[in-house]
Design a protein around this ligand. Structure first.
Ligand code: HEM
Length: 483
């Protein structure tokens, strides 16, 4: 895919860059894959002077994710430093508090607080696309990213959120991997964009949150999160509070935008899969919900597998292929790792790093038939509940992490992806083409088995363009007025 479409890849992973670290930094997943072939499912390497133990099998991964004896620590500070340019230590208690507010805001129970605003804005955005000239080509990444960025931001931060910050957001996001390396590797444009992003968030904090003018009706969890960051002025620098907020913005948007862009790319390159998903959406709207407005006002749980088995499967399949779920932890105390092909067990010591590489399982031939291909219906009829028992043979493993650090935005992420797909496939006719104007339809988008797997985070960007028009068919949904 990468070669054919010339899609730039970037990899975000937090790790310094010496010893094997340059090879690792350039292609982390490929590096881990090669090591696995040579060394077995659990092995150690040295990166930047630190011992790194990598678990590629289910037991080892679950051991890391669950961390029952609490001997591992998520390297939040490194992520804050990289994404938010945070210079000083942010207390763990503050990070935990912010995480709790995020969890409170984005659960299925609380999504309906802000989903009407989200749906209205997204629908307006998508409708605007239909007004664009048929000759206009929109970069796929922008088509997805700008609509979601705006709709989510207005819904959860209010009308006064600086939507023009998308440009800086995208500049940083596209080169995110560089932020995790040494400072000298960070292009000036990226660090400048990050500074502007922080400054815009600073202005938003000051202008909208002093007297809390203009931030009425936003979800309670977000109000508490922003108040905590503002109140933290007594013990952290204002720039660092802005940096922590910027890190949250990346968590909120980056993975979701990429997954939607990749899902589109797969569907647009396979017209049969596209039509099957579209037919499922039409059927759910016309037969099950009655109309689009009813669907949009339904609780997130109603958009589950029973109504959208194929859409759900397509999302899972995209997450399996393009979200390289790799959990990284610092070791605080001695921790034992065992696996089938490891005798005696491996002991990780304080100061080591451990990696739970769920991606290895998701791309394993033993677990998934023909793992390098996109199969839109691969997960139809599978139950996500099985993952809870550690029997992840039917759904991709660890796509949203697990244990204490399980993704706090996972329910909203799935809701957001589904609503975007439902609106686009219901209301738009979409075609895609490459820079040179060739249609991508029919391209063998199955990933090349020999690829060095460039995820977290391949980034379908300007090299794929879409043309959109109002869908030409009998329109059963016409009124947007109640949305
Ligand atoms: C498709 C979209 C998404 C994917 C694939 C994804 C994936 C993940 C993964 C794998 C983790 C665990 C990382 C680890 O254990 O090291 C995680 C954590 C997290 N995610 Fe997401 N995420 C997505 C969307 C979101 C959204 C929309 C939010 C909303 C703000 C969010 C907020 C978080 C937070 C706060 C954590 C840290 C949890 C903690 O440390 O307790 N994510 N995500």
């Amino acid at each position: 895919v990468h070669r054919r479409l010339k899609i730039p890849s970037s990899v975000s992973i937090f790790m310094p860059w010496y010893d094997d670290a340059i090879r690792f930094g350039l292609d982390p997943i490929g590096f881990l894959r090669r090591q696995q072939t040579q060394r077995g499912s659990t092995y150690q390497v040295r990166l930047a002077g630190r011992r790194v133990i990598v678990a590629n099998d289910l037991d080892g991964i679950l051991r890391i994710v669950r961390d029952t004896p609490k001997t591992l620590h998520m390297p939040d500070q490194q992520v804050l430093e990289a994404l938010g340019g945070v210079k000083e230590h942010i207390p763990v208690t503050l990070i935990d508090r912010l995480t709790t507010y995020v969890a409170r805001t984005f659960s299925n129970r609380t999504i309906p607080v802000f989903s009407p605003t989200f749906n209205t804005h997204l629908w307006r955005h998508i409708q605007n696309f239909t007004l664009s000239s048929p000759t206009e080509r929109i970069p796929l990444q922008r088509f997805v990213g700008k609509a979601l960025y705006d709709a989510v931001s207005v819904a959860i931060f209010g009308e006064h959120f600086p939507l023009d910050s998308y440009e800086e957001f995208q500049t940083v996001d596209a080169k995110m991997s560089r932020l995790f390396g040494p400072t000298i590797f960070i292009p000036r444009t990226v660090s400048e964009a990050r500074n502007i992003l922080k400054a815009k968030m600073g202005t938003y904090f000051e202008e909208c949150w002093d007297d809390e003018v203009g931030v009425k009706d936003i979800p309670d969890g977000i109000t508490q999160m922003i108040r905590s960051l503002r109140d933290a002025k007594s013990f952290i620098r204002p720039e660092d509070a802005q940096g922590a907020f910027v890190m949250f913005l990346f968590g909120l948007h980056s993975n979701t935008h990429r997954i939607v862009a990749w899902l589109f790319l797969h569907l647009l390159s396979d017209s049969r899969a596209f039509l099957r998903v579209r037919r499922e959406i039409d059927h759910a709207i016309d037969v099950e919900f009655g109309d689009l407005e009813t669907l949009l006002s339904a609780p997130p749980q109603r958009l589950g597998v029973s109504s959208f088995p194929l859409l759900e499967s397509a999302i899972m399949e995209t997450l399996r292929l393009w979200n390289a779920a790799v959990m990284i932890r610092d070791v605080l105390e001695d921790t034992e790792f065992s696996s089938d092909d490891l005798t005696p067990s491996l002991m990780a010591h304080a100061g080591d790093v451990v990696i739970g590489n769920s991606y290895a399982v998701n791309m394993s031939e033993e677990v998934f038939e023909d793992p390098d291909t996109f199969q839109v219906d691969r997960f139809v009829g599978c139950s996500a509940a099985k993952e809870e028992d550690g029997k992840s043979r039917t759904v991709p493993l660890g796509i949203f992490g697990g244990g204490t650090h399980v993704c706090k935005g996972r329910e909203f992420a799935l809701y957001e992806v589904k609503i975007f797909l439902i609106l686009c496939l219901r209301l738009l006719d979409i075609t895609a083409e490459t820079t040179s104007g060739n249609p991508i339809d029919g391209l063998p988008l199955e990933a090349d088995a020999s690829r060095t797997v460039p995820s977290f985070v391949m980034y379908p960007k300007d090299e794929v363009f879409v043309r959109v028009a109002k869908r030409t068919w009998k329109t059963t949904f016409v009124s947007g007025s109640n949305l």
